[in-house]
Write a protein that binds this ligand. Structure first.
Ligand code: HEM
Ligand code: NAG
Ligand code: NAG
Ligand code: NAG
Ligand code: NAG
Ligand code: NAG
Length: 319
């Protein structure tokens, strides 16, 4: 029995609505309103990474934590005030996300060349791409045209952003809830080829898990006391080989059980994603190409477009 024509019509409508938001983003969105946006963003990102290599990682992570909460709308950047609760105090963000001063510098530089035109949400998208490229990763054309939210969601940040304690099936479902595939999830996790994590986030994995190389676990334990509360903020590189180079070493580590986070090693632990990890560990070009696809898909998560939202003057507060 065929599905009813009414059901078919609403399916079509749903597909059209789903497609429409991202269809409004385009790579040439600012080509007449702010032709200098790319060179302006890039020079500030370059200077920030020159000053501190880790900043490239921190900036890339901001885009992820923004996009997973009501879409890529700059909501993460809003500061808490007496009468506004933002996302910065959420569990995955508090004491962990960084780079807001650099975003402020980028925003000021962009406001200088074209005031009131470029959203903070788009700045995060361009900044992520630039960071990846500067650290040796792939390049791509960034889709633009997002506008900034006038709201934020603390509970969204707590519920949607994955935790390092998550199992493979939870990781898959948290990405799926954002419209991202398991393939995107595994490729995007390769962002952990750069940057650092705090002891509090890898303690359980290096002390309690068995899917970890014993000598690697021991070396990570040496700078991460077992007792919770002590040394919580001690840092270790997510990629022990080259933490400031965007390459496929993250996957090479996973196949020898040297993932730093429990969630990292979940991707190679006798599960359905083992073969994808194996393939990226032996081919940086297939990782790069799927990472780019993943970043574009993530950047398409429910953007505010048209007359929705606003172009913030200051990324930390609504106009
Ligand atoms: C798959 C689920 C993911 C989990 C559970 C996860 C979790 C984490 C955790 C716990 C840290 C360390 C934070 C700290 O200790 O302060 C971290 C760092 C980082 N994450 Fe993820 N992450 C995930 C996916 C992603 C994705 C999709 C991206 C970007 C595309 C990303 C980019 C980064 C970067 C670059 C860092 C290092 C940041 C820095 O050094 O400042 N992560 N992540
Ligand atoms: C929050 O407080 C500030 C100043 O204290 C005020 O200007 C602003 O209108 C208030 N916002 C809301 C949404 O109530
Ligand atoms: C945020 O982190 C600081 C220390 O890093 C802590 O004192 C504070 O209680 C945390 N706030 C929340 C809401 O978790
Ligand atoms: C390891 O597991 C034990 C038993 O479940 C637990 O009591 C302990 O807190 C865990 N240790 C860490 C560092 O997570
Ligand atoms: C764990 O890593 C060490 C150091 O790289 C290596 O010598 C050892 O063979 C590894 N252990 C296993 C079981 O693979
Ligand atoms: C994965 O499978 C291998 C052999 O197929 C086994 O030795 C290993 O213990 C398994 N690992 C886990 C975490 O189940």
């Amino acid at each position: 029995m065929a599905i009813s024509s009414r059901a078919f019509a609403s399916l079509l409508l749903a597909l059209l609505l789903l497609g429409s938001a991202s269809a409004q983003l385009s790579t040439n969105f600012y080509s007449s309103s702010c032709p200098k946006v790319f060179s302006t963003v890039q020079s500030v990102v370059k200077a920030a990474i020159q000053k501190e290599k880790r900043m490239g990682a921190s900036l890339l992570r901001l885009f992820f934590h923004d996009c997973f909460v009501n879409g890529c709308d700059g909501s993460l950047l809003l500061d808490d005030t007496a009468n506004f609760t933002g996302e910065k105090m959420a569990k995955p963000n508090n004491g962990s996300v960084r780079g807001f001063d650099v975003v402020d510098n980028i925003k000021s530089a962009v406001e200088n060349v074209c005031p009131g035109v470029v959203s903070c949400a788009d700045i995060l998208a361009i900044t992520s791409r630039d960071s990846v490229v500067i650290l040796g990763g792939p390049n791509w054309n960034v889709k633009l045209g997002r506008r900034d939210s006038t709201t934020a969601s603390l509970s969204g940040a707590n519920n949607n952003i994955p935790f390092p304690s998550n199992s493979l099936s939870t990781l898959i479902s948290k990405f799926s809830a954002q419209g991202l595939s398991t393939k995107d999830m595994v490729a995007l996790s390769g962002a952990h080829t750069i940057g650092q994590a705090r002891c509090t986030n890898f303690r359980a994995h290096v002390y309690n898990d068995t899917d970890i190389n014993a000598s690697f676990a021991k070396s990570r334990q040496s700078n991460c006391p077992q007792t919770s509360g002590s040394g919580d903020n001690n840092l270790a590189p997510l990629d022990l080989q080259t933490p400031t180079v965007f390459d496929n070493d993250y996957y090479k580590n996973l196949v020898v059980f040297k993932g730093l986070l429990h969630s990292d090693q979940e991707l190679f632990n006798n599960g359905s994603t083992d073969s994808q990890v194996q393939s990226y560990s032996s081919s940086s070009s297939s990782f790069f190409s799927d990472f780019v696809t993943g970043m574009i898909n993530m950047g398409d998560i429910t953007p505010l477009t048209g007359s929705n939202g606003e172009i913030r003057k200051n990324c930390r507060k609504i106009n």
